[in-house]
Design a binder for this molecule. Structure first.
Ligand SMILES: Nc1ncnc2c1ncn2[C@@H]1O[C@H](COP(=O)(O)OP(=O)(O)OP(=O)(O)O)[C@@H](O)[C@H]1O
Ligand SMILES: [Mg+2]
Length: 495
């Protein structure tokens, strides 16, 4: 046996750490053998004992070809050349083995390690099967993420019978066939996302990705890297490999810039440049790349007001609104309420109906959260209602609860004073107005003051719109002095 190896691996050769080495090598679950330069076995682990049914004592010190079928370890120990992932017939089965030479730091061949990775092909096959199934899973996830990037909704799934919705669907379908940038406007929950998806799905880009980015949800400092991506190590903390931005991901398809009204001014300037040049540059990048992306943007904000306040660039608006779709709030199309409620109730998990009086109650509510809120309420009603039919009494009580929850400061949209608007809307419905005034403890007087304020604010906004923001003319139209108009603008936060 080789002296070098004897000293390292054999317990009976006074090596102080031999016990530890042996125990560690014994822990390896695969059969492992070590030979010296001449091919004599100096180590034989527990797994090899079990595999071949030969004890350590029987194997140690023997010439390896006498112990292991078809081995080449005695050759590798001399050649110093690895033989990896080889098939070796051991005990009449094809095993997959590794043969690794042990070479000293000065290049002298000391021996070789032999390891059986798979004792037969079945083991390998089972691993391959597992690998394949993992690969399948991975490709399914990839597929799913692509599906998520594609649009789920089509125009058929936008429910509505009102003239407004039908007209919008027709117009949007026409826009879909073009490559025009589309700006979708409307209050929260009216279906802006739905329209964006339906437009993409009906467009020639339908087989390419629809990538969305919510400009309000992403911290301003991250928006640029999300949109344009970054190169390797462009900034501290950036992923080493760099990352493509949404523009690149949407290449060939559509980029949906949701809540565009919340985009910071600095980004608006960069976005405008990209829309003009149709080229993007990753952060930290040295070159630009051409991109072919159709833009759909949406907002629930009043962009004209934002432009007046210098919070939104007019030139960007002109770039985005080649085509505009303004979705009216649900309260302006009460006929859609009935069909949306019925379709929601017809879903397999719901399976309930609703009486006509209940529908008329629902139609008299203001729905500040629009269709999203309506669907939410219908789901709550199904959960709360005992019978097969959602009754008008149940609807009435739920609406009164909503009314109470939305006291001043509790509404989603306090600026617009929903409570007041609800009173106005409920005025069509004697039952509800009675109930709400009872439950709100005679607070209707306070509501009247608010109502007056609300009407005043609306009248001012309307006059300014009519006069294209010329305050002198607006004051004249309102029949008040210009100074009074300025005071009122401050009072209503409209300056
Ligand atoms: N006409 C409609 N038919 C069917 N479902 C609708 C319709 N309009 C809206 N919805 C549903 O209402 C919910 C809100 O719609 P969506 O997310 O498109 O609103 P949004 O205008 O983008 O709102 P936000 O401004 O809050 O983002 C979704 O669940 C959507 O499926
Ligand atoms: Mg939305």
């Amino acid at each position: 046996m080789d002296d070098g190896l004897k000293n390292i691996y054999l317990r009976d050769r006074n090596c102080p750490n031999c016990d530890i080495y042996e125990s560690v090598l014994d822990l390896i679950p695969e059969p492992l053998v070590i030979v010296d330069r001449e091919g004599y076995i100096v180590f034989f682990n527990q797994a090899y004992e079990n595999y071949l049914g030969i004890s350590k004592e029987e194997a140690l010190g023997r010439y390896v070809p006498e112990v292991i079928d078809n081995t080449r370890l005695h050759i590798v120990s001399k050649s110093g050349k690895s033989e990896l992932d080889c098939i070796q017939k051991i005990k009449n089965r094809d095993a997959i083995v590794q043969r690794i030479p042990i070479v000293s730091s000065d290049g002298e061949n000391l021996g070789a390690i032999g390891k059986v990775n798979f004792q037969n092909k079945a083991e390998l096959k089972s691993l391959m099967d597992r690998l394949r199934s993992l690969e399948n899973e991975l490709s399914q996830y990839k597929e799913q993420s692509l599906v998520q990037m594609r649009a789920a909704y089509t125009f058929d799934q936008i429910i509505g019978v009102s003239e407004q919705i039908n007209h919008l669907k027709e117009v949007a379908e026409k826009y879909a066939a073009t490559d025009l940038s589309v700006l979708i406007l409307g209050e929260t929950g009216v279906g802006k996302d739905l329209f964006a998806q339906a437009i993409h799905n009906a467009s020639p880009r339908q087989h390419d990705p629809l990538v969305s980015i919510n400009c309000a949800a992403i911290p301003h400092e991250l928006l640029e890297s999300e949109l344009f991506g970054y190169e390797d190590g462009a900034f501290t903390g950036a992923r080493k490999k760099g990352k493509p931005g949404k523009f690149e991901l949407a290449d060939g398809g559509t980029l949906f810039l949701d809540e565009i009204g919340d985009m910071p001014l600095s980004m608006q300037a960069k976005l405008l440049r990209v829309l003009q040049n149709r080229q993007i540059e990753r952060i930290g990048g040295l070159s630009s790349r051409n991109i072919d992306v159709r833009i759909i943007a949406s907002t629930n904000q009043d962009l004209d007001l934002k432009i007046n306040r210098k919070e939104f660039r007019r030139d960007l608006l002109y770039r985005l609104n080649a085509a505009t779709i303004k979705i009216p709030p649900l309260r302006e199309r009460p006929e859609d309420i009935k069909i949306i409620v019925e379709k929601t109730l017809a879903k397999p998990e719901m399976q309930k109906s609703i009486d006509d009086q209940a529908i008329s109650y629902l139609q008299s509510y203001r729905w500040p959260g629009n269709v999203r809120e309506l669907i939410n309420v219908v789901e709550r009603l199904v959960y709360l209602s005992d019978g097969e039919v959602v009754s008008s009494a149940e609807v009435k009580h739920l609406l009164v609860d909503l009314f109470e929850d939305r006291g001043p400061g509790n509404g989603e949209d306090t600026e617009k004073s929903n409570e007041i608007d609800m009173t106005r809307n409920f005025a069509d419905n004697k039952d509800l107005i009675e109930l709400t005034s009872m439950s709100s403890g005679g607070e209707s007087k306070r509501n009247l003051d608010d109502l007056v304020k609300e009407i005043e604010k609306k009248a001012i906004i309307q006059a300014l719109e009519n006069c294209k923001n010329n305050k002198a003319q607006a004051a004249k139209q309102l029949g008040i002095h210009r100074t009074t108009l300025y005071q009122k603008l401050t009072k209503h936060g409209l300056e």
